[in-house]
Write a protein that binds this ligand. Structure first.
Ligand code: ATP
Ligand code: MG
Length: 223
């Protein structure tokens, strides 16, 4: 096992003119390669903020984020872009699919940005989430759960080392949710998986559950 993601003293605050609010407070977390981490905590506790910082979509106000021991703040723009494109895959809480593009085109987007054009990867990823029969449907023509599965396929298509999934089963019925979880588990043998969930049942197969409240890690359960 080697270090994949390390957060040291990470604080995120927002300056709201007359006051400053702290959303994440002195967070320390080390995630090893291949680990499956669940994050649980009440609404507004800072889970998405934490995931955005891990995924380089947001920068901490203080503290450091390292990928494989390398400080992100010291990386060149090119290295950061490369990590964003190839190392990390996001499954967003609100899917963020492009409404005018088909399922297959949405999944292909990360490859277009990276100048990879491997149509079979797109089809493989959509097959993996059980949507081979919906390649040409636009998000508006898909159910909520299907849109979530397209978002997961898009996160998987670049075969990232880290997948950050923000409530990936939130919009799914129990059975489809379980299918998605086993899908994420099946890739999590090789991939480092960080999943936010409100469901205790879904944390069973993770290695550790991080409990967060009011922007602080208040406990860690080893499974
Ligand atoms: N850009 C911003 N400016 C000010 N406050 C923000 C900003 N983004 C988030 N917050 C605040 O930070 C807190 C944590 O937000 P976050 O989205 O991380 O919560 P969460 O744990 O993911 O909640 P949920 O379970 O509802 O998704 C919230 O109180 C939110 O209002
Ligand atoms: Mg959230």
């Amino acid at each position: 096992m080697s270090d994949m993601l390390t957060l040291s003293g990470v604080t995120r605050s927002y300056d709201l003119g007359n006051e400053s609010i702290t959303i994440l407070d002195e967070t320390n977390l080390n995630i090893e390669s291949g680990e499956f981490i669940s994050i649980m905590g009440p609404s507004g506790s800072g889970k998405t903020t934490l995931l955005n910082i891990m995924g380089l979509l947001d920068t901490p106000t203080t503290g450091t984020v390292c990928i494989r021991g390398e400080d992100v703040a010291k990386m060149s723009k090119k290295e950061i872009i490369n990590h964003k494109r190839r190392t990390i895959g996001h499954v967003f809480q609100q899917f963020h699919l492009i409404p005018t593009l088909s399922a297959a085109e949405n999944v292909a987007l990360p490859m277009m940005f990276a100048n990879d054009k491997l149509d079979h990867h797109v089809e493989d990823a959509l097959e993996l989430v059980g949507l081979s029969h919906r390649l040409n449907h636009k998000p508006g023509e898909l159910s909520g759960g299907e849109q979530q599965r397209v978002a997961i396929a898009r996160a998987l298509v670049m075969r990232p080392d880290i997948i950050l999934a923000d409530e990936p089963t939130g919009a799914l019925d129990q059975k489809t949710g379980a299918t998605i979880l086993s899908l994420l588990e099946s890739v999590s043998d090789d991939v480092t998986l960080v999943m936010v969930t409100h469901s205790q049942a879904l944390t069973k197969s993770s290695d550790r559950v991080i409990h967060i409240e009011d922007g602080k890690i208040i406990g860690v359960t080893e499974i």
